[in-house]
Design a protein around this ligand. Structure first.
Ligand SMILES: Cc1cc2nc3c(=O)[nH]c(=O)nc-3n(C[C@H](O)[C@H](O)[C@H](O)COP(=O)(O)O)c2cc1C
Length: 325
């Protein structure tokens, strides 16, 4: 009798109900509904970024989810950002999570903080939670909360990158007995194969999907990704107050990579720190939104990871995912 052995990749496919172990990572401000739906239709997992859906693309949250569900019959996920920056923000996230569950979503990605309240609600509905981590201490918080998998954000990732390589992060977390997803630096089938060889159960990609037909980022932003090499990616605190991976454009070089002097001074004091963070968050949400969608290309604050080195053209999401089947 031939025994069927469940490989890590098939386990992840079964857990999430997808055909290929690829997550189209949540992206502020690049996760437009059409991109999320296209990723799921192609056999991967499209993930809704709720602030993108509502603030950038202007949907009421429930209506936005219903619109995506009209575009695809396949499962979609949601990014639950659980940072407790304010009570109002937390309440809004709880509302969004409940709406997502009511609308039939069963896959959630948490980032920052302790995800236990998300896990409790999602498990009660038979769903699955993966937690974003950059190092062991965050992974342990996820494990304590009962998450079902870890998204291991490495030092090549777009967005708020980690500090460790994919290999080192895997070694640090592999004894936790959870499916591990490699986030960062994946654009080509060779990158993907390498991640699976390390032992990862699947991958999460962001930058590759920005340079897709369905993503509504501006054509100049997509072209900048196509033209960039990995040395063009720098970590900058300028936009969000914490290091984020950006393409090193001439505008970024002019403004510098670190936060301004006044901001640094304010961030030192406990009383002003909270407000300064809030100012930064609101300003960065606006700045990243306007830069990503601006067709003139004059606002060159473009987020991307080192996977740009493997991206040489804008493709449809179906073409991108097909390479990995
Ligand atoms: C423009 C951009 C915005 C992102 N925004 C988020 C976000 O809102 N929430 C999140 O959990 N991850 C976010 N990420 C991280 C991605 O979901 C994913 O983990 C990362 O892009 C993987 O690295 P890659 O860009 O090399 O593929 C973002 C990444 C990018 C490039």
């Amino acid at each position: 009798m031939i025994m069927e052995i469940a490989t890590p990749t098939t386990l992840m496919e079964q857990l999430l109900g997808i055909q290929v172990p690829i997550i189209c990572g949540p992206m502020y401000p690049c996760s437009n509904p059409e991109l999320v739906a296209a990723a799921s239709t192609a056999g991967a997992m499209g993930v809704v970024q709720p602030i993108s859906l509502t603030y950038v693309y202007g949907y009421d949250f429930r209506e936005g989810l219903r619109y995506i569900k009209q575009l695809t019959t396949q499962p979609i996920g949601m990014n639950a950002l659980i940072e407790q920056s304010s009570r109002r923000y937390h309440q809004r996230m709880v509302e969004w999570l409940d709406i997502a569950l009511e609308e039939g979503l069963r896959f959630f990605i948490t980032s920052l903080g302790k995800p236990s309240w998300v896990v409790d609600r999602v498990h009660a509905s038979g769903g699955v939670v993966f937690h974003d981590v950059t190092e062991r201490k965050w992974a342990e918080k996820g494990v304590e909360s009962g998450v079902d998998g870890l998204i291991c954000v490495n030092n090549r990732a777009g967005g708020h990158a980690g500090t460790k390589s994919a290999q080192v992060l895997f070694e640090e977390l592999s004894d936790l007995q959870l499916p591990l997803v490699c986030a960062g630096g994946i654009a080509t089938p060779a990158d993907y194969k390498q991640a699976l060889l390390i032992g990862y159960s699947g991958v999460q990609m962001g930058t590759r999907f920005i340079a897709s037909t369905e993503c509504q980022a501006s054509a100049v932003y997509k072209q900048a990704i196509v033209e960039a090499d990995e040395d063009d990616i720098v970590m900058s605190e300028r936009v969000t107050g914490v290091p984020v991976a950006l393409i090193n454009t001439s505008q970024l070089q002019l403004s510098g990579l670190s936060s301004g002097k006044f901001a640094r001074w304010l961030l030192k004091w406990n009383t002003s720190k909270h407000w300064m963070r809030l100012v930064y968050v609101l300003r960065s949400l606006w700045q990243l939104k306007s830069a990503s969608l601006d067709v003139s290309g004059k606002k060159e604050y473009w987020q991307a990871g080192k996977s740009v080195s493997g991206i040489h053209s804008v493709k449809t999401v179906a073409e991108i995912v097909k390479q990995f089947h």
